[in-house]
Design a protein around this ligand. Structure first.
Ligand code: IPE
Ligand code: IPE
Ligand code: MG
Length: 245
């Protein structure tokens, strides 16, 4: 999309501040509080959260989003009670079986990013299978951050730089970016966090350098098309500068 001719900004043309957000990331937070408010087990909150994910992906397609990255499980979430961690692993498994194939039929390409060495082997295989099965889909790129942490990602990228034997002068932003968990993941234009918390919690530390942030009090299981549309509208009112005058 072209920049307005009146703009003196040196921002790249695809970051026209008046343009719609094409790359969106969501910190899907508030499942526990949603369940607690209903005296339900926390697993029910996560289950309802999976439904919200499906709704939101479908809304994102309708609203012209190209890339949607969602934070499903962090490197720190392993510290939760074992029952809860187990329920999240099971739910991811079920989501791959029940929700994601439907989304695939709607043209969604799904990829997972994060550490793969700690996820149960069967789940890891399912993730890989879904990635292969949806590889040709182009309508929306869904990126699911699972056992993901921004710091772990940067440590891993640094290790790869060393393993690849780069010379000091070849260590650049491009060299690091090419060694992230998902080098093809576009930098988010917009990061949304639900549940009223206003923090980044180790999500996309590198990629969100110039992202716009929208925080909403809505708990993730209650999120859907209206909330996504509101966040995109808020984004459209922002002026991005990328450090330029
Ligand atoms: C987000 O909801 C889902 C994960 C972190 C896996 P939470 O489970 O963090 O919900 P709250 O923050 O406790 O309400
Ligand atoms: C961030 O939420 C991780 C996910 C949404 C998967 P958390 O609930 O884990 O983050 P904190 O503990 O509130 O910072
Ligand atoms: Mg939380």
């Amino acid at each position: 999309m072209a920049s307005p001719t009146t703009s003196h900004s040196s921002a790249p043309p695809d970051h026209d501040p008046a343009a719609a957000a094409r790359s969106v990331a969501i910190i899907m937070d508030g499942n526990g509080r949603w369940a607690a408010a209903r005296s339900l087990p926390v697993a029910e909150g996560h289950r309802e959260g999976a439904r919200a994910l499906r709704r939101t992906v479908e809304a994102a397609i309708d609203l012209g989003v190209d890339s949607l990255a969602v934070y499903a499980f962090s490197t720190e979430n392993w510290s939760r009670p074992p029952d809860e961690v187990e329920s999240i692993m099971e739910l991811m498994d079920e989501t791959i079986d029940r929700e994601l194939p439907d989304l695939a039929r709607q043209g969604v390409r799904t990829r997972f990013f994060g550490r793969r060495d700690r996820v149960p082997a069967l789940l890891r295989d399912k993730m890989a299978t879904l990635e292969v099965e949806t590889a040709a889909n182009e309508r929306l790129h869904l990126w699911i951050a699972f056992d993901y942490g921004g710091r772990a990602e940067l440590v891993e990228a640094a290790r790869r730089v060393v393993e690849d034997g780069l010379e000091v002068e070849d260590v650049s932003e491009e060299a690091l970016a090419a060694r992230l968990f998902a080098p093809e993941l576009p930098d988010p234009d917009l990061v949304i966090r639900t549940s009223g918390e206003q923090r980044v919690s180790n999500f996309l530390l590198w990629q969100s350098a110039y992202a716009e942030f929208v925080f909403t009090d809505t708990l993730w299981p209650d999120f859907g098309e209206d909330e996504l549309r509101a966040a995109l509208d808020e984004y459209a009112r922002r002026g991005r500068r990328f450090g330029a005058r």
